[in-house]
Design a protein around this ligand. Structure first.
Ligand code: SAM
Length: 262
């Protein structure tokens, strides 16, 4: 039986008895039909990944008996995705895919032409947790509440570089722009900023271009939908600057996420 992989907020160490959430207990007992002793893998974004076994608590509850560490916590790229919210299915998709692509934080941004203003942050986080469990990440990206465009730029941290996806032709081809970055730029934390379906307003483009350490890029000759543009920019950044430059470790396919076969 392959192990079910779960994210927990609890500290992880050998011998720990970690209470699982009601939703996790329900999933393990009634969806996966797991019994006491079933293999689990736990991670919490701080202590790496640990092997554990399931113990049942009463009629509904469940806990995990933590045994040995299987992977130490590893640093992941300090990369933010700042994107204008889009309709429900597609924003869930952005959360899932951006988590798979290794972002450290998801920041919805309300721009002038943003149509969807209400964002269910809890649901986005649930999507990010599920994707992290499935893709064998050791952490779950931070999912932040939406922020106004002007606030995003006003609070942009010094030293964090900004990659703006500019569909107006004001950016250089992304591979070229990232290929020419110096060592310091490559080592810096980054944030990728993607506009709404309606595009950035002219004054927003001007404000972005005036930011310190901004790199304006083009993502090819076609106008991509916002969610596609977000993933295309993330993939290019990971390939050129991020952790895709490392060889892919052979991770046993013995894992099974908390939502069924990977
Ligand atoms: N309404 C805009 C237009 O028709 O010009 C298109 C906006 S596009 C659907 C949404 C966002 O994706 C843009 O603001 C930009 O950040 C990004 N994007 C889409 N295609 C792009 C491209 N070819 N190059 C750079 N960024 C792009």
């Amino acid at each position: 039986m392959s192990a079910t992989r779960l994210f927990t907020e609890a500290d992880l160490s050998a011998g720990a008895d970690t209470e699982l959430t009601e939703a996790q207990a329900h999933y393990l007992r009634h969806v996966m039909r797991r019994d006491a002793g079933a293999p689990l893998l736990l991670f919490n974004g701080r202590h790496g990944e640990w092997q554990a076994t399931l113990s049942l608590r009463g009629k509904k509850g469940a806990a995990a008996q933590v045994a040995a560490q299987t992977r130490p916590q590893a640093a992941e790229p300090d990369l933010w995705l700042c994107f204008a919210p889009v309709k429900r299915a597609r924003i869930d998709w952005i959360a899932e895919k951006a988590t798979e692509l290794g972002v450290a934080a998801l920041q919805p941004v309300i721009t002038r032409h943003t149509i969807v203003e209400r964002v269910n942050v809890e649901r986005l986080r649930a999507n990010a947790v599920e994707a992290a469990e499935q893709t064998e990440r050791l952490s779950v990206p931070e999912v932040r509440a939406p922020v106004e465009f002007a606030r995003l730029l006003a609070d942009w941290p010094a030293g964090r570089r900004l990659l703006m996806a500019d569909e107006t032709g004001g950016g250089r081809p992304i591979a070229e722009a990232l290929g020419e970055l110096d060592k310091a730029a490559r080592a810096a934390p980054w944030g990728i900023v993607i506009g709404p379906e309606g595009g950035f307003a002219a004054d927003e483009l001007t404000a972005l271009r005036r930011m310190k350490d901004v790199t304006a890029v083009g993502l090819g000759p076609r106008i991509l939908r916002a969610d596609t543009a977000a993933l295309a920019a993330l993939a290019c950044w990971q390939a050129s600057v991020g952790d895709w430059r490392q060889p892919t470790p052979r991770l046993s396919s013995d894992y099974r996420s908390s939502r069924g076969a990977v």
